[in-house]
Ligand binder design. Structure first.
Ligand code: GDP
Ligand code: IMO
Ligand code: MG
Length: 428
């Protein structure tokens, strides 16, 4: 039995899509357990590039079952657009390959409107969300007025819940946020149509995931976002609205913690962040611009440019602790090739001492000054390496320092976006 988690160890976009695709070769089931189509996961196979948002990256294989778990927020419009996109590029999406939890919450048009208008109302204190309605949908879930996929399977129940919600939301949208009321009949008609199309995909996915693990199949849990976007352990309030850490797997897919065998944190060889919020090792200079261009650091979901900075080992150490990581996979070692010197943050100077944990308060974090170690760079030959031995010596030193500082082995090293630009170094 193997049930392993793939998680983002930084602020998202670490290469989870690529790593899920790589590891999915040995998996039978791939499960998304939180987030929604705010995610943007890129997979490159041969000369083809795929961009996934809501559907697990295992969909590119024909023989894997892909699960959208109960912890995910599902925008049916975005889902069917993604299915259409995949079918258009030759990837089959059938009810045998894709299962959607009957307990998943639905993103409604008013969630997207609320996301947009609330961001506007925050003014200069906006979060910089993706605008996909994620926060408002999770808000309704915990307010206990959300509408779930199973409700859509009962049109009369759905209609009643929609009516109640839209009365309240329209009032809030028009009276408080100065927006325009949305049409109930139109929304009802649109979603009832979605319901009919969704039906064949809808299952109690917790049963499927549990049975698969019990039957000795390999189950891979594909995280979205990253550690520092976690609603509890991220840079609150500049976070997403779900648990992106390992705890989210259990509640978001309906299996117990004792069934999980490994958790792999995906870490970029440097750090990036999209949207607003603190970023201690951010480079607001030419080096930051150089990394952005070399690493094509532009968002998959919103196209926004990603902020770039040096690798922060304080962050990785925190992720190891909070998610109980059994190993780390390091991506984009090739992007740093060509730099003469590379810096790595190994602590924060705070109140006259050096700390190696991530503070909760943004005010404290603003006081933290990164303490750097400097490494000699490596050349472009790194992209051709297919085994650890073939990596340039300086790249090995860099990787070994990450292992030493975090107390966690590096199981995989990635030197390019393609499936075959990946080397397995140690056990997961
Ligand atoms: P995700 O959200 O974690 O799945 O990551 P994204 O897909 O948003 O961003 C990662 C980007 O880096 C994608 O364009 C990947 O194709 C690319 N990528 C992943 N691993 C590597 C690597 O080792 N080297 C290079 N150069 N690109 C990579
Ligand atoms: P993947 O899975 C990077 C960020 C947004 C914003 C904050 C809140 O591709 O790594 P939200 O729309 O979730 O309410 O936005 O979270 N964010 C991401 N940043 N990668 C992602 O996903 C992200 N999903 C959300 O930019 O700062
Ligand atoms: Mg991404």
């Amino acid at each position: 039995m193997s049930a392993f988690i793939v998680l983002g160890a930084q602020w998202g976009d670490e290469g989870k899509g690529k790593m899920t695709d790589y590891l999915a070769e040995d998996a039978d089931v791939v499960v998304r357990f939180q987030g929604g189509n705010n995610a943007g996961h890129t997979v490159e196979v041969g000369d083809k590039q795929y961009k996934l948002h809501l559907i697990p990256s295992g969909i590119l294989y024909d023989d894997k079952v892909n699960v959208i778990g109960n912890g995910v927020v599902v925008d049916p419009k975005a889902l069917f657009e993604e299915i259409e996109y995949l079918e258009g590029v030759g990837v089959k999406v059938t009810p045998e390959k894709l299962m959607i939890s009957d307990r998943a919450q639905l993103i409604m048009p008013y969630h997207k409107t609320l996301d947009r208008l609330k961001e506007k109302a925050r003014g200069k204190n906006d979060i910089g969300t993706t605008g996909k309605g994620i926060g408002p949908c999770y808000t309704d879930k915990f307010e206990r007025c959300g509408i779930r996929v199973c409700d859509l399977m009962h049109p009369e129940v759905f209609e009643e819940k929609l009516r109640e919600n839209m009365e309240a939301k329209n009032l809030y949208i028009t009276k408080v946020l100065g927006g325009e009321a949305e049409n109930f009949e139109e929304t009802l008609k649109m979603y009832l149509e979605f319901g009919k199309k969704l039906k064949p995909f809808v299952k109690d996915t917790s049963v499927k995931v549990y049975d698969s693990i019990k039957e000795d199949k390999n189950v891979l849990f594909e995280g979205a976002q990253g550690m520092l976007l976690d609603i509890d352990y991220g840079t609150y309030p500049y976070v997403t609205s779900s648990n992106t850490t390992a705890g989210g797997v259990v509640s978001g897919s309906g299996v117990g913690p004792t069934m999980i065998t490994n958790a792999v944190g995906i870490a970029k060889a440097y750090t990036t962040r999209v949207g607003k919020g603190p970023f201690p090792t951010e480079l607001l200079d030419e080096t930051g611009d150089w990394i952005r261009e070399k690493g094509h650091e532009y968002g998959v979901t919103t196209g926004r440019s990603r902020r770039c900075g040096w690798l922060d080992l304080v962050i990785l150490k925190t992720t190891v602790r909070v998610s109980g990581l059994t190993s780390l996979a390091v991506t984009k070692i090739d992007t740093l090739a060509g730099l003469d010197k590379i810096k790595v943050c190994v602590g924060y100077e705070f109140n006259g001492e050096v700390i190696d944990y991530f503070p909760a308060s943004l005010e404290d974090l603003a006081e933290c000054k990164p303490v750097y170690e400097e490494f000699d760079g490596w050349d472009e030959s790194v992209a051709d390496a297919r085994s650890y031995e073939e990596l340039p010596e300086n790249a090995k030193k860099y990787i070994e320092r990450i292992e030493e500082f975090t107390g966690t082995r590096i199981s995989i090293v990635s030197v390019g976006p393609k499936r075959d630009q990946t080397m397995r170094v140690k056990e997961l």
